[in-house]
Design a protein around this ligand. Structure first.
Ligand SMILES: Nc1ncnc2c1ncn2[C@@H]1O[C@H](COP(=O)(O)OP(=O)(O)OP(=O)(O)O)[C@@H](O)[C@H]1O
Ligand SMILES: [Mg+2]
Length: 461
């Protein structure tokens, strides 16, 4: 089950979050390691030059009867410990730890054996320093310390040289991942378009190739669902068609018996009641016919494989014969202007479509009006047009009248509102376009249906 309450997850966001966190950790680890390596490299580089003055001074420490002293002029000593960048200080203590020369506040040297030297980190007057210490053979201790400016600069340079490219590579990786995910998800966009562009009735399976392998299980599951829906639809249509068909036979019998009865000599009240029954039966019978037509028109699209070459002109000529008596009885001038209009279509559904259009035109056009049926072909596309001089269909209603069981309020006469729904269904089945509009300045309705041009040479009549 899908939990609608949980926040929606995004593959892209998850992937990028994972990548960014991992890269941040990797870059931080690299920074720590680089810092340590850089520090030891800087110490290696500068410790040697820090040790030189230590030896030079130690070589000049003389111990005699008056005690230890440094046998160098002050100027020479200062030159020994001079540095351009760092502050350097020295200290010489005798074997019994008395200050012989230099500053007295350098941190104490570690315990050293004679001849041994050592480097260590310390602070001097609040600043971090590096110290080199040596115990001379005569027991005196020489220490030289320097501030860390040179070393810090070198560490900084190494860090920048190492981390800038690493960080750039990490950023590049995130950008590439973003692009990659966007590109990778593009097939889903195709899938989305494919689904959005479908008509709600189109239950054909989604082509598996549309989706990337990773979402193929979703597509397969969805196609299974579509399969079930299709089956359910077919069952429903079959049921509707069967029910309508089963109803038609007894209704036709009932109508025939009522008509036979009405031919007899009858008391006026009985005749009135029987006539009402007859009207209701005719209406029920028409409803059953309309339902059957609707069920057939919307049945499985596989039907379109059985399309045959059909000429709308032939269908309209047959309709002319069928509808002439009714038109005459209603004093309506029913005219036909027929040119060949060949299409690949269903020879049962197309006449039902035209019958519904003519039925509406004759039914809603007042006596003395005109109904014209035109067929022909425009730029290779066959069309059919039914025009009347009746009340017309208001522009606001032209899409609603195509719905099932919809009748414009105040429409006279009996009707179930299925006629135009059947027409729309047949038009859809044939990939045609149904236009319902007014006849320009003239009163009345104009219904025009155009079909796609017939496939050349592919019609099996
Ligand atoms: N030629 C027309 N002129 C004026 N109004 C029309 C015309 N055709 C259809 N309509 C309007 O559209 C509505 C829907 O028509 P539709 O054919 O679907 O149903 P119906 O004619 O009422 O019933 P049914 O055709 O199922 O017996 C009609 O009730 C009517 O109001
Ligand atoms: Mg109708």
């Amino acid at each position: 089950m899908i939990d609608a309450g949980s926040p929606r997850t995004s593959i892209r966001r998850r992937l990028l979050a994972f990548l960014i966190v991992s890269l941040l950790l990797a870059v931080s680890a690299a920074a720590v390691v680089t810092y340590r390596v850089a520090l030891s490299a800087a110490n290696d580089a500068y410790d040697r030059s820090l040790l030189d003055p230590v030896f030079d001074i130690a070589d000049n420490v003389v111990v005699d009867a008056s005690g230890a002293h440094v046998d160098l002029p002050q100027k020479a000593l200062e030159a020994l410990v001079f540095d351009q960048v760092d502050k350097v200080m020295y200290q010489v203590r005798s074997a019994n730890n008395a200050l012989v020369s230099g500053v007295d506040d350098l941190p104490a040297a570690p315990n050293l054996a004679p001849g041994e030297h050592r480097f260590f980190d310390a602070t001097y007057q609040g600043a971090p320093i590096r110290v080199a210490a040596l115990r001379a053979r005569n027991g005196s201790v020489v220490q030289v310390g320097e501030t860390r400016h040179k070393r810090n600069r070198l560490v900084g340079e190494i860090l920048v040289a190492e981390l800038v490219p690493t960080t750039l590579i990490a950023l590049g990786a995130v950008a590439l991942a973003w692009l990659g995910v966007t590109r990778g998800l593009r097939p889903l966009e195709h899938l989305r378009t494919e689904l959005l562009e479908r008509s709600p009735r189109d239950l054909r399976p989604i082509p598996e190739g549309v989706a990337p392998v990773e979402v193929a299980p979703v597509v397969t599951a969805f196609n299974q669902l579509l399969d079930h829906l299709r089956d359910a639809n077919v069952m429903q249509q079959r049921f509707l068609a069967n029910a309508a068909h089963q109803l038609r036979t007894p209704l036709a019998g009932l109508q025939m018996h009522l008509e036979l009865l009405l031919r007899r000599e009858l008391p006026p009240e009985v005749r009135r009641e029987l006539e009402r029954m007859h009207t209701a039966t005719v209406r029920a019978s028409r409803l059953a016919t309309q339902l059957l037509a609707l069920a057939k028109a919307e049945s499985a699209p596989e039907l379109s494989k059985e399309f045959k070459a059909v000429d709308l002109r032939t269908i309209a000529s047959a309709a002319a014969r069928d509808w002439a008596p009714k038109a005459m009885a209603q004093d309506i001038d029913l005219g036909f202007s027929l040119a060949p209009a060949l299409l690949a279509g269903d020879p049962m559904l197309l006449p039902q479509m035209l019958d519904n259009l003519i039925d509406n035109a004759l039914r809603y056009t007042p006596a003395g009006g005109t109904v014209t049926v035109t067929t022909g072909s425009e730029d290779g596309a066959p069309y059919l047009c039914v025009e009347d001089t009746g009340p017309g269909i208001p522009a606001a209603e032209t899409s609603k009248v195509r719905e099932r069981f919809y009748r414009i309020a105040g429409t006279p006469g009996e009707g179930s509102g299925l006629g135009l729904a059947i027409v729309q269904e047949v038009v859809d089945r044939h990939g045609g376009v149904l236009e319902i509009d007014a006849r320009g300045e003239l009163p009345g309705t104009r219904i025009r249906i155009s079909f796609p041009p017939p496939p050349v040479g592919d019609l099996h009549a």
